[in-house]
Design a protein around this ligand. Structure first.
Ligand code: HEM
Length: 154
């Protein structure tokens, strides 16, 4: 019950992260091209994005430690056996590593807002950090159409 609730939260937060990433990328791009000052709104989107990403990470860690594809279930298997199984390998390596890299990029991207650099440079850096994070997230979410590892849309 508790586990399922966290799984639903983890799954829903993906949409919050994707929407906030899109908003942040569009804002950074328009800031870059229109030479606008880095606004409070830009800072807030970055902050909410980071909070959502870190919450997803914490919930993901719980799922990874106690879920059917994580440590509790595969702890007694050898590395070779995990690597041979499509689903086990996906959650042990691809999903976890990809998402950790994306969350680090989001965290660095949000940190740019606090740096003492020109606003144009802030927009440019946040644009690239968030764009790469978006690509990695899109590539490592277990979308329903992915053979073997597909999970529901919500
Ligand atoms: C931006 C970060 C992340 C996103 C967008 C994301 C997204 C997702 C989605 C959409 C699912 C499928 C949920 C479902 O079946 O309804 C999932 C499952 C899972 N995620 Fe993540 N995830 C992220 C980060 C992480 C991290 C960092 C970890 C581990 C440390 C993790 C561990 C897991 C595990 C173990 C499952 C499978 C749970 C189960 O089926 O019981 N996730 N994730």
């Amino acid at each position: 019950m508790f586990y399922n609730g966290l799984l639903v939260l983890h799954s829903l937060l993906r949409w919050v992260i994707l929407i906030l990433l899109l908003v942040a990328i569009v804002k950074s791009y328009s800031g870059m091209t229109a030479v606008k000052p880095f606004s409070e709104g830009d800072k807030k989107v970055g902050l909410f994005l980071m909070i959502s990403a870190h919450t997803t990470l914490l919930v993901g860690l719980y799922l990874w430690f106690f879920g059917p594809w994580g440590v509790a279930s595969i702890g007694n298997l050898g590395f070779g056996e995990v690597m041979k199984d499509r689903v086990l390998r996906y959650y042990a390596v691809e999903h976890t590593t990809g998402m950790l890299i994306a969350i680090v990029l989001i965290t660095i991207g949000r940190g740019v807002a606090k740096k003492r650099i020109p606003d144009a440079a802030k927009y440019k850096r946040t644009f690239w950090f968030f764009l790469i994070a978006l690509v990695i997230i899109l590539a490592t979410v277990p979308w329903p159409f992915r053979a073997g590892i597909g999970r529901p849309w919500l």
